[in-house]
Design a protein around this ligand. Sequence first.
Ligand SMILES: [Zn+2]
Length: 462
Amino acid sequence: MVFKKNNKALPINNVLDVQQKLFGFENFNHGKAKKRNSKTRSRTKETQSKFDVGDYKDPQLRISDEYTNKYYIDEDGIVGSLNPICPKCNSRKVTKWDIYSKNVISEEYCGEILIRRYYCKRCKKTFITNLNDYFDSHSNISNSLKEKSWQIKELDWTSLRNIAKFYNIFYGINISHETVRKTLIVVEGNEIDFKLPKLSGYYGYDAQWIKINKKWRFRHALYDIVQRMPIAELFAEEESNEDVYYLINKYTEPKNRTAIVTDTKPGYDNVMHKLKFKRHQYCVFHFKLNLNKLIKDEINAKKRKLKQKLENTYPDMAKSLIDDQIKEELKPLKNEIRYALQLIYYIFKENSFEKANSYIQLIKANMIHFPVFIKEYIQKTFLPYYKSYLYYLEKPYKNKLDDTNNKTEGYFRATMPKGQKRKFRTFKGIINQIYHRGNGFIKNQKEKQKKQKPKRSMQKFI
Ligand SMILES: [Zn+2]
């Protein structure tokens, strides 16, 4: 916003000075400001604008063209508002008051600027020229310079120290990595809103625990599976289905809740029902995962039992012989398992809802040949809900709804890889990291979709 007049090179004044005072400008020049204060107040209204600016060296600043309709710089080099309005009562009946000094860092200018303070005749309060277009109220670094650090974080996992070095390389500006850390704080609370302009109505929900400094947070994410972009995230101290409801309810419109994919954790079904989703698809991958784990546990338990029995019966039997014997005895069970899995998994290879549905009858009729533990598991956890595993085949959800929660899980992996977690000391740090990575993720998706020919399901989002 503020440019130095007639300068060809980038003006960088007192950068080292500035660095130490970053984010501390509230108290900066307190003495000087006070001195000005008393002088100003003693003056009459007519001469108020022509007070002594102390030891301020006018750096010959000018306002850049895009802001000349909002701000001006007077003959003393003080930045004022062309249309000052009291932020407390919105009154325009204001007069010039004293000045306020702020050290700023921007691409165009680094150094001190003097800002006009106004007095509101109506509510008797003072306020300073609102420079929020350019500087956040508690920051000395220009917004556009701050955004550079966000953009770098959106790209990869560059360290704070390296980002500080980039500022030096590109702008000749020295700022500390601690300052970079502060510029990266955008999200103050425990929620991230990615502010997608439109949602598809097709979502994925997933959650994971994150541990930082021996403390845990439960990370919830809501994801648009058609646009392939994150919608919102929530970081909670405990795992609770109320938070699941809260997040999805807050970030989706009731009329825009077509379908959602989740894993089969107890309680999700109630939440999605309460949210009035037309379809709640269970993640097929998780079903397979659970079934495989069940089988593995069963086989291991059988193995242990057999081993003990053999060792007790034949104390002198060689270890390798015992292993061979176990293998032999497990063969029939393994064959039964293979048969059952083939039959079960075949459902998910069908590509029509009707066919897959009719296949369920086949499974029911053949379950007598399944190992008992699989039969019981299927009867208890699959058959009562099998449709919830097959909605992805049903029209009109087909090709938009997924059979797994892979997209949301992929987003989790991209925004919080295991190896990166230990780099963070605070949840604020990690939440903001996820925020920047999420925004990078969204940008990448937009670029990809621009390059691709729009698919039918994507058309309305481009
Ligand atoms: Zn006022």
